[in-house]
Design a protein around this ligand. Structure first.
Ligand SMILES: [Mn+2]
Length: 259
């Protein structure tokens, strides 16, 4: 058990891509929520918590139920937990939010972190060179499309999601690597539109701290890491932010009661 840190701080995670096939990452998260996160003022999940989410019926899966319960325990202990949709779990809805105690956030959202205005995004909207993806995003973020999709039988939704994931994996291999990163002009626009606030986002799986010069303003951009090899989080306090790595809680070949 960790002692509450003397410095007030806020934590950010994204791109965990949890599924029944990632028991080690799921265990790492559960451990993180039960220990490290307890000392935080708040925890923000900036999208792609799940590898895919085709409706809150997903809560019936043991691993997802365990994740929701442990988030809920954290929220109930007095640490507010916020969730912003990613491009994989954009259908995560009110039922999961209720079960997990998470508050859903719009993308983008600006929060005040110890006096520093901070712009939060998943990050996919910054990759505007990927025109094909942006078209897809506009379609699936349309409430009418979502309503129609969620009204389909579960097995049909599973089939459609598999199809999209298959296509996206193929497309990634073909697309130029630069198209998969943020578009610099779009990042500049985001800074401009939000009074040059500090920016925190995930999605690109390229953890780093970037400095930008926009209209004469020095701007800071933090990119969160994915959880493919090990867990990680961004910790911010009044003095600034730093990326931290987590030990994998347990071997992927270990007991997998969360599948
Ligand atoms: Mn993403």
């Amino acid at each position: 058990m960790q002692v509450r840190s003397s410095i007030p701080h806020t934590l950010f995670i994204s791109d965990l891509h949890l599924s029944p096939d990632t028991p080690a990452a799921t265990d790492t998260l559960l451990n993180f929520l039960r220990t490290t996160a307890k000392a935080a003022d708040a925890l923000y999940v900036l999208g792609d918590l799940f590898e895919y989410w085709i409706g809150d019926e997903g809560l019936a899966q043991p691993f997802a139920k365990a994740v929701a319960q442990v988030f809920r325990a954290l929220a109930d202990s007095g640490v507010p937990v916020y969730f912003m949709h990613g491009n994989r779990d954009f259908l995560l809805g009110g039922q999961f939010a209720l079960a997990s105690g998470m508050k859903l956030l719009n993308d983008p959202t600006v929060v005040d972190l110890y006096g520093t205005p901070t712009l939060l995004m998943h990050g996919d909207t910054l990759c505007s060179d990927d025109v094909e993806y942006q078209k897809f995003r506009a379609m699936v973020r349309n409430p009418a499309w979502q309503q129609a999709f969620l009204a389909k039988p579960l097995d049909e939704r599973v089939r459609m999601a598999r199809e999209v994931r298959g296509k996206s994996e193929q497309a990634k291999q073909i697309k130029d690597m630069t198209i998969m990163d943020v578009t610099p002009a779009t990042v500049d626009e985001a800074f401009r539109a939000h009074q040059y606030a500090r920016l925190i986002h995930g999605h690109t799986h390229r953890p780093a701290r970037h400095e930008h010069r926009v209209d004469g303003h020095g701007c800071e951009r933090w990119v969160l890491a994915d959880w493919y090899d090990h867990g990680s989080y961004l910790q911010c306090d009044a003095g600034g932010c730093r990326l931290q790595q987590l030990e994998q809680a347990r071997s992927a070949t270990g007991p997998s009661e969360l599948r």
